[in-house]
Design a protein around this ligand. Structure first.
Ligand SMILES: Cc1cc2nc3c(=O)[nH]c(=O)nc-3n(C[C@H](O)[C@H](O)[C@H](O)COP(=O)(O)OP(=O)(O)OC[C@H]3O[C@@H](n4cnc5c(N)ncnc54)[C@H](O)[C@@H]3O)c2cc1C
Length: 412
């Protein structure tokens, strides 16, 4: 009989993993307490950002952070009521930003990106997904010579990792690729191979459809706890229990709650992000734009325009503060004169983030039949296909294509 694998979480990581396990011959059941793409995977910026190999915890970042924190609606914020709770995570973030740790994270991130880019190509072919891709590239914009010069080491890093790009040093060069931007943007970096999905929610629904058509099952069930029993894993649900040969935890920003039930303490936090999606005709956006100094992006979603980003270290329970989405939209209106800001829909999502910017991919230290695949932070859509192939190899008992040591659950 085929081994039975249960995947917890029907976001982009869970469903990509479920499809990969099914492709390898397993009987797969996906459980989600809300449904398909109910959380972070629904409303993100839709970018497959394979060029973003640099971890967030860079040397020197802790000197810049206080300046950002001074503005309560700025690119990085910590609500006062969450400041004490986030302190241990911030301490680990600071440790991860030290040169040696940063270099280790960079190497690991780059290896996962390479794996993920190749895996996405295989996935698109496998599930006939090319019509859901926009291959227009991305432009990262800078205001003035100083900001541009400060970005050059990051572009050099990208060059070292084989990422193609073109640096644009005139307003005219920028306007040729994207007309209609404010003249405050004097320099840019253009990444031609950057891909966006037409809509991240539709992409996950497409994954789900392929999985169901091939005989997979998705059930709406909340998982309360996991524990190992005689070579299997018992899953406690809101109404009953089931056993599985293997369980893969892809529960996004809530994954550490399940890990805790088997005795693994993992410092997962959430970086909450905000956006507004404007209807079709809001702006003639030719590609994904990144406003580097302001921590947000503009991207085309189903013909409309999504403006969003920011990081709010506010945990899972505080209500959203949509003033953040308003602030980003007001800035975008200045940066993209002519942007029609009416008729938008606001959204807040929970990025699942570990302090060293790397996900956890690998077996639970306490229960080897439980495999973790969560904590992809800003890059869950980008890294889902690579993660799925790594989990597939683990469930098969095969060697993985890249070393999983930097992604281990016991690294903290
Ligand atoms: C504003 C913003 C912009 C972003 N832009 C990008 C981008 O352009 N590119 C990119 O790569 N990434 C981006 N991200 C990050 C990306 O959205 C996430 O990394 C990714 O969606 C995480 O996917 P996931 O499947 O791990 O988690 P989720 O999508 O959050 O899914 C987790 C699922 O688990 C379920 N669940 C949780 N607990 C339980 C339980 N106990 N029982 C049953 N089910 C449970 C939830 O209901 C949910 O459906 C962005 C994020 C934000 C907020």
């Amino acid at each position: 009989m085929m081994a039975k694998v249960v995947v917890i979480g029907a976001g982009v990581v869970g469903l990509t993993t479920a499809l990969e396990l099914q492709r390898r011959g397993y009987s797969v059941l996906v459980l989600d307490r809300e449904g398909i793409a109910a959380q972070a995977s629904a409303g993100n910026a839709g970018a497959f950002a394979f060029s973003e190999v640099e971890p967030l915890a860079t040397p020197g970042i802790m000197r810049k952070a206080p300046k950002w924190l001074l503005d309560p609606l700025g690119p990085l914020s910590v609500p006062p009521s969450y400041a004490l709770k986030i302190a241990p995570w911030m301490f680990r973030f600071w440790k991860a930003s030290r040169l040696g740790s940063y270099k280790d994270s960079l190497r690991a991130q780059a290896s996962l990106m390479e794996q993920s880019a190749a895996a996405l190509t295989r996935l698109i072919t496998d599930i006939d997904g090319e019509h859901m891709m926009q291959r227009d590239g991305q432009m990262q914009l800078y205001e003035g010579e100083a900001e541009y010069r400060a970005s050059l080491p990051t572009w050099e890093l990208r060059r070292q990792h084989g990422i193609e790009f073109e640096l644009l040093e005139t307003r005219e060069g920028i306007a040729e690729r994207q007309p209609g931007l404010s003249p405050r943007f004097t320099h840019a970096g253009f990444t031609p191979n950057w891909i966006n999905t037409v809509d991240p929610k539709n992409w996950v629904e497409h994954l789900a459809q392929a999985f169901l058509t091939r005989g997979g099952r998705i059930e709406i069930q909340e998982t309360r706890a996991l524990f190992p029993v005689n070579g299997a894993v018992r899953i406690t649900l809101a109404d009953g229990e089931i056993d599985a040969d293997k369980v893969v935890v892809c529960a996004g920003a809530w994954s550490h709650h399940l890990a805790r039930t088997i005795g693994d303490l993992i410092p997962l936090e959430t970086e909450r992000g905000y956006n507004t999606t404007l209807p079709e005709g809001a702006f003639d956006l030719r590609m994904h734009l990144t406003f580097s100094g302001h921590g947000f992006v503009a991207t085309r979603i189903n013909g409309g325009v999504r403006i969003g980003g920011a990081v709010e270290l506010g945990g899972l329970d505080l209500p959203p503060n949509f003033k953040r989405a308003d602030t980003l939209l007001n800035k975008a209106a200045k940066f993209m004169p002519g942007l029609k800001t009416e008729g938008g829909t606001q959204w807040m999502g929970f990025r699942p983030s570990l302090p060293d910017s790397l996900p956890v991919i690998g077996p639970s230290p306490s229960a080897p039949d439980v495999i973790y695949a969560f904590g992809h932070g800003h890059l869950g859509l980008t890294q889902a296909a690579g993660t799925a192939e790594l989990v597939g190899a683990l469930v098969d008992g095969q060697p993985t294509q890249i070393s999983l040591t930097p992604f281990s659950a016991s690294r903290f």
